[in-house]
Ligand binder design. Sequence first.
Ligand code: FES
Length: 103
Amino acid sequence: NVQQVRHLEVGRKGTYIAKKMPTTAKLEAGKKYWWCKCGLSKKQPFCDGAHKPTKFKPVMIMVDKPKTVLLCRCKQTSKEPYCDMTHVGVMFSSFGKRLGLVK
Ligand code: FES
């Protein structure tokens, strides 16, 4: 099973939590980028094709002006592919799980 191989937690959306914090990325205008949605890519925050055994597909990003963006790596954001701070809750809930405070 993929999860055991990568030692990653699964989040509420069923995607793997690659990192519990976002990362910035400098994007060029007019270029296609593929944001990793499943969480399994080793090239976070971008896709490396690791989603193939999952039901998830990467999300395309293209900007019309060069831009630095904050991309989600917890893969639980509601504003894919951008960080919406959901990772803060993810961090606390996995800490709570370890302490046995939440399921
Ligand atoms: S890293 Fe996923 S919401 Fe911030």
